[in-house]
Unconditional design. Structure first.
Length: 286
């Protein structure tokens, strides 16, 4: 027990400067105090099945209590969303520095006071929470974009934009070959105005917090992007369809790609921001 508590304290101390308090009214200043995208090399892509009519309640509870709780422990809720094609699914992305941090942070949170106080309420709203992909950036610099917390004064309407996740079930184990083949496809997405927000692949590692199951059904690559609005999203759809058809014909996939359209929660970090802010987020240095 002593070693566990010491590990939590050491992890918190190591992240203290990274996660220093940020001015809520100045996103540029907030950017300078944020962690680099490269800091989060372990990503959980979590999709919860919520009971009928419970999604809004679940999202409100989640956004009210949990983002700062994870941040204080050195992890980060990178974004939380509703899925357009699955009205009872709550999806969110959680980032950890590495696998050791994942075990320490999850232990501290799920055995800690915040979850203990609210777990009954949240669990009573969920049907299933096991649809979880354990991922890593394909390359060291292709992690999920780390954007500042939503400013409650300057962003009174909450998070804007539309987030896209295209999930590819890969045949074989040569991820780099597939990624190189698909690079031109992803370039057309960006040419259509979407901003790439991450390029992730299944992390081949033992689940070191088995209380939270993760999927073991094969190798996946996930492309994340952000669209400004639905008009821009319309330009993306035919490109995504064309890519799915081309990759299927070439026999590179186990099944058709899954396209997930995600509307950001009011406090989702992953969202559409002004060009200047977005470009700063992509080049942060610690």
């Amino acid at each position: 027990m002593y070693r566990f508590i010491a590990g939590v304290l050491l992890l918190a101390a190591a992240h203290a400067s990274t996660f220093a308090p940020i001015p809520s009214t100045n996103q540029q200043s907030a950017m300078q105090n944020l962690s680099d995208t490269n800091d989060f090399q372990v990503i959980e892509f979590r999709r919860y099945q919520i009971k009928d009519s419970g999604l809004a309640k679940f999202a409100t509870y989640f956004e009210s209590f949990f983002p700062e709780a994870f941040q204080q422990l050195g992890a980060l809720a990178l974004g939380q969303f509703s899925e357009r094609s699955n009205p009872n699914v709550f999806t969110w992305l959680r980032g950890f520095k590495d696998m050791d941090a994942r075990a320490i942070v999850n232990s501290a949170f799920y055995y800690g006071p915040v979850w203990k106080e609210h777990r009954t309420t949240l669990n009573n709203l969920m049907i299933d929470s096991d649809n979880v992909m354990l991922l890593r950036p394909l390359r060291h610099d292709s992690g999920v974009s780390v954007l500042p917390a939503v400013d409650p004064v300057c962003e009174v309407q909450g998070a804007q934009g539309v987030v896209v996740a295209q999930i590819f079930a890969l045949k074989g184990d040569d991820v780099e070959q597939f990624a190189n083949h698909a690079a031109s496809i992803f370039a057309t997405y960006q040419a259509a105005g979407l901003r790439q927000a991450g390029l992730l692949v299944t992390l081949d590692a033992k689940n070191n917090f088995p209380q939270l199951p993760v999927r073991t059904d094969g190798l996946y690559l996930v492309w994340l992007g952000i669209a400004r609005d639905d008009d821009q999203l319309q330009n993306f759809y035919p490109l995504a369809d064309r890519a799915a058809n081309a990759l299927a014909v070439e026999g590179l996939l186990r099944s058709a790609p899954e396209l997930v359209i995600l509307d950001p929660g009011k406090r989702s970090r992953l969202r559409w921001l002004a060009e200047k802010i977005q470009s700063t987020a992509d080049t942060l240095q610690i």
